[in-house]
Ligand binder design. Structure first.
Ligand code: NAX
Ligand code: ADP
Ligand code: K
Length: 481
């Protein structure tokens, strides 16, 4: 499991560790890791041109000590000091002692900075780290712009300056890094868009922090998914493996039913039962589907329901499914039609799977505000509905209603932004629910397989949703490795 911790938790762990170590030792660990990463990026350190963007805190201190290490190996290092009178004193002395230069504020500062950054091989962003709040100040924002326009590789120290560490929000201009070297643990902002996009690739440097059991965010890895996937045994039959009911599609959108069933057939349930007006389309594509035209309440037993994809305005199917005492996944049109009080009152688990537009409609805010604050949005929806919520998009998040750790999906590709791919996910996750996974596991394991399948199916070229469904089996095999 990959984890991310909040700034508050990191600060506490740092304090405890610092009390046991000689003064400055922790920063030396960070700087050593940072310098090693910079050297890897440069390839040849000797003779390279390095520019440090240095703010007023310890983030700038890290950059200065790392710059001193690079200067000792023959790099030409210049530090641009954004707050000369509050620059980390030890770091500054180390850089100067190693032969590095400094440029301080005042007239001509920005012109000199632009010239130096324009000629640099490497720019190290030590403007702010976990102490940053509220976007970059004007001079810092200007330097971030110069770095973006230069041909230099940009390495961010701990976090790209200007992004919110705890939430992944980006409130104004921020540094666009090619690589972020982060210390002790990932921060939530490194895993959640839009901030994640500013981080580039992320390298974690172990500085020996002792972190608590409960993280802020966790991302499943192959082994975590493999441990949760259902596997048939000698005692299995199709009913014991779980039957998933799909109440989806309409005369107008029969394809949504077919795609949800295609996902469900690859999700581990022993049988897929389809209820709705698209039975002919479903059967002709997937003859193994059990179909019924009696409506969810009389269709026969299932261990979990999926309701909503392509459902149009059929509120009765949604209401019937929500009455069932089995886990229910609600997607697409079903989200609009589901009564909030009914969802809150359910005793069996409920998993809601909105994309940002659907989440925005449920919360009564704009789509942009959901996309800008995904973590807060998914938590708020889970709390309001008393349900597990999987918020889809460039970063997919899964939150349980009682608070606690939020899951973030590490797989996926933007090629998944194609019509119907969400229907495949709803069938897949519903099938996992029917095989006995918790709502949070079904959502996060489903999203993981779906994302991996999307990557395999796309392989750098456009895909249709049915391609994604077909690649789920490859993803499953890859995970079981
Ligand atoms: N605490 C520790 O033990 C360690 C901290 N380390 C480094 O220290 C960093 C945290 O250091 P600090 O707590 O000093 O905080 P930062 O260096 O992240 O930032 C605080 C400083 O930045 C200024 N600032 C805040 N918001 C700003 C904005 N929007 N624009 C421009 N300036 C802004 C503040 O006035 C303050 O002086 C970590 O991110 C990490 O890089 C590492 O050396 C590892 C050890
Ligand atoms: N930019 C993106 N990067 C990665 N995945 C994305 C992106 N945009 C959408 N997705 C994924 O694609 C799927 C689209 O689902 P959804 O919006 O419900 O589509 P539809 O309603 O057409 O089925 C979701 O799994 C979502 O997480
Ligand atoms: K930084």
């Amino acid at each position: 499991m990959r984890t991310a911790y909040s700034v508050e938790t990191v600060r506490t762990a740092e304090r405890e560790l610092m009390a046991r170590l000689p003064e400055g030792a922790l920063m030396q660990r960070a700087a050593a890791g940072l310098a090693a990463a910079c050297a890897d990026v440069l390839g040849r350190v000797y003779g390279s041109r390095v520019v440090l963007l240095v703010g007023s805190g310890d983030n700038g201190g890290d950059a200065l000590y790392a710059g001193a290490r690079l200067a000792r190996r023959g790099a030409g290092v210049t530090a641009l000091l954004l707050a000369p009178e509050r620059t980390h004193a030890g770091g500054l002395a180390a850089l100067r002692g190693a032969g590095g230069n400094t440029v301080t504020g005042g007239d001509g500062f920005l012109g000199t900075a632009q010239e130096l950054i324009g000629r640099a091989d490497l720019v190290v962003d030590g403007i702010v780290g976990i102490g940053g709040k509220g976007g970059l100040r004007p001079d810092a924002a200007t330097l971030a712009g110069f770095a973006a326009g230069s041909r230099a590789v940009v390495v961010a120290v701990d976090l790209p300056s200007g992004v919110e560490a705890d939430t992944g929000e980006v409130l104004g201009p921020a540094v666009h890094a090619d690589l972020t070297v982060t210390f002790g643990t990932h921060k939530p902002g490194l895993l959640i868009d839009p901030a994640r996009e500013y981080a580039g690739s992320v390298r974690l440097v172990d500085i020996g922090l002792d972190l608590p059991e409960r993280a802020e965010l966790e991302a499943l890895q192959h082994a975590d998914v493999a441990a949760r996937l259902p596997a048939p045994g000698a005692e299995s039959d199709k009913y014991r493996r779980g039957v998933v009911g799909i109440a989806a599609g309409s005369a107008r959108y029969p394809g949504a039913a077919v795609l949800a069933v295609s996902g469900a057939l690859r999700g581990g349930a022993g049988a897929v039962r389809y209820v709705g007006p698209a039975a002919d389309a479903v059967i002709s594509r997937f003859p193994e589907t059990l179909v019924s035209d009696l409506g969810p309440a009389r269709a026969g037993r299932v261990q979990a329901w999926v309701v909503g994809p392509g459902a149009g305005d059929d509120a009765s199917a949604v209401a019937e499914v929500l009455e069932a005492e089995v886990p229910v996944l609600v997607d697409a049109d079903g989200l609009r039609l589901a009564d909030r009080a009914t969802v809150r009152g359910r005793t069996a688990p409920t998993l809601l799977t909105p994309h940002a537009g659907e989440a925005a409609a449920l919360l009564g805010v704009s789509r942009e505000s959901v996309e800008g604050a995904r973590l807060a949005s998914v938590r708020e929806l889970a709390a309001r509905y008393g349900a597990t919520v999987l918020l889809k998009g460039s970063t997919t998040l899964i939150a349980d209603p009682g608070g606690g750790v939020v899951r973030v999906n590490p797989t996926g590709t933007a090629w998944l932004a194609t019509a119907g791919s969400g229907d495949v996910l709803s069938g897949l996750a519903g099938s996992l629910l029917a095989s006995g996974l918790s709502a949070s596991d079904a959502g996060s394991v489903g999203a993981y397989l779906h994302g991996l399948a999307g990557r395999f199916a796309a392989d750098g070229a456009p895909v249709g949703a049915h391609d994604v469904a077909e690649a789920v089996r490859d993803a499953w095999r890859d995970v079981m490795g």
